[in-house]
Design a protein. Structure first.
Length: 318
C-alpha cells in the first residue's frame, strides 16, 4: 500500500471509530501527557485545543460524533494523488526516508524543493493524520529548562511529533486505527502537537479575550489575538503561522490542573463573556474567525453546534 492511501485509510478509520474505546484512549492520552509535564519545575497546568475538545463536553462527556468533513478532506488528497501520480509513486516518500535526518522541519526544505507538489506536499499529507493539541503552561523563568527536559521526556513516554519521522507517524496511526477497529485499546499514541506558554503570557491573553470580542462586535471583524508560542516540531521553534487565541479560547480551550490564580482568571473571563454576549453572537464570532474547512466541519455536524452551546451555557454556571 502506498503511503498516501495508508494515510487516507488510517485517518478515515480513526474518525469512524467513535465509541467508548476511543474515548478511553483519548482520556489515557491526556493522562499520559499529564504524567510527564507535571514533574517539570515551574509547572502550572496545561490545556487542550482542537479535536476532540470541541467535539465532547467537559471531561469528555457525551458521544463522540463522526465528522463528515474529515472524509471529504481525505478524499480530496486521495483524488489529487491519483490524478497526479498514475503509477502511485509519491516522489517525496523516498526523499523523506533518505533525507529526514537533514531536515529541520517539513516546511523549510520541502517548500523550496522544485519536485514537491503544492497540493501533495509532505506537510499537507501529515496534516491529514489525527493528533492531540496540548499546551503546557510553566513559570516564565522555567521556560527554557522545560523545553530542554521535554525534548527527552516526551519521546521516552511515546509522545512524539509527526515531524520527527513522518513516514513512521503514518504507519503508527495506521496501527492505532486498526487496533480501535478490532476493539483493542492501542498501545501507541497519535502524534503530539504541543506548545509551551509562559505563565504571564497566558494570563495576559485570557484577560484580552473579552475586550477583543467587544471590539469585534463594534467593528464587525472577527476577533483576533495572535500568539506564536514555542512549538515542538523536530525541535522547539516559533511557527510562521500564528495561533488565533480568541478563536481557540471560545471554541475548544479545555483546561487541566490549572493553578488557583489561572483557574480564577479563566472562570471569571468565561462568566463575563457568557453574561455579556448571547450564544448566537459568540457563535458568529467563532465562525467569522474560522477558516473554510473549520466552517464546513461545524455545519456538517449538528453535534458540534450542540457541544458549542453546552460549552457556553456551562460558563454561566461556573
Amino acid at each position: 500500500m502506498n503511503i498516501i492511501d495508508k494515510t487516507v485509510i488510517a485517518s478515515g478509520i480513526y474518525e469512524k471509530e467513535n465509541g467508548e474505546l476511543k474515548k478511553i484512549y483519548l482520556k489515557e492520552y491526556v493522562r499520559a501527557y499529564h504524567r510527564v509535564v507535571k514533574k517539570l519545575e515551574g509547572y502550572k497546568g496545561f490545556f487542550g485545543l482542537g479535536y476532540p475538545f470541541y467535539a465532547l463536553g467537559n471531561k469528555f462527556y457525551g458521544d463522540l460524533p463522526i465528522i463528515q468533513e474529515q472524509f471529504r478532506y481525505n478524499s480530496d488528497l486521495f483524488e489529487q494523488f491519483h490524478d497526479q501520480f498514475e503509477n502511485s509513486v509519491w516522489p517525496c516518500e523516498q526523499c523523506l526516508k533518505e533525507n529526514l535526518g537533514n531536515m529541520p522541519n517539513l516546511k523549510s526544505i520541502c517548500y523550496r524543493c522544485p519536485t514537491v507538489s503544492k497540493e501533495i506536499s509532505p506537510r499537507k499529507v501529515i496534516n491529514r493524520l489525527p493528533d492531540m493539541d496540548l499546551c503546557l503552561v510553566v513559570d516564565d523563568s522555567k521556560v527554557e529548562q522545560a523545553k530542554e527536559e521535554l525534548m527527552y521526556t516526551l519521546p521516552e513516554n511515546g509522545l512524539t511529533t509527526s515531524d520527527i519521522d513522518p513516514i513512521g507517524a503514518i504507519d503508527k496511526v495506521y496501527r492505532i486505527a486498526s487496533s480501535l477497529k478490532m476493539g483493542k485499546l492501542p498501545t501507541e499514541w497519535v502524534p503530539l502537537d504541543t506548545h509551551l506558554f509562559p505563565y504571564n503570557e497566558l494570563m495576559e491573553l485570557m484577560h484580552k479575550v473579552e475586550p477583543e470580542m467587544a471590539k469585534s462586535l463594534e467593528s464587525g471583524k472577527p476577533p483576533y489575538l495572535a500568539t506564536t508560542p514555542d512549538s515542538l516540531r523536530k525541535t522547539w521553534q516559533k511557527d510562521d503561522t500564528a495561533i488565533n487565541f480568541a478563536y481557540d479560547f471560545l471554541y475548544s480551550f479545555t483546561d487541566y490542573d490549572f493553578d488557583q490564580e489561572m483557574k480564577e482568571t479563566l472562570t471569571e473571563t468565561r462568566k463575563i463573556i457568557a453574561s455579556k454576549y448571547t450564544n448566537n453572537q459568540i457563535e458568529r464570532m467563532v465562525l467569522g474567525a474560522s477558516i473554510d474547512s473549520q466552517k464546513r466541519r461545524y455545519y456538517s455536524c449538528p453535534t458540534l453546534k450542540l457541544r458549542f452551546n453546552e460549552r457556553i451555557n456551562s460558563w454561566k454556571e461556573e
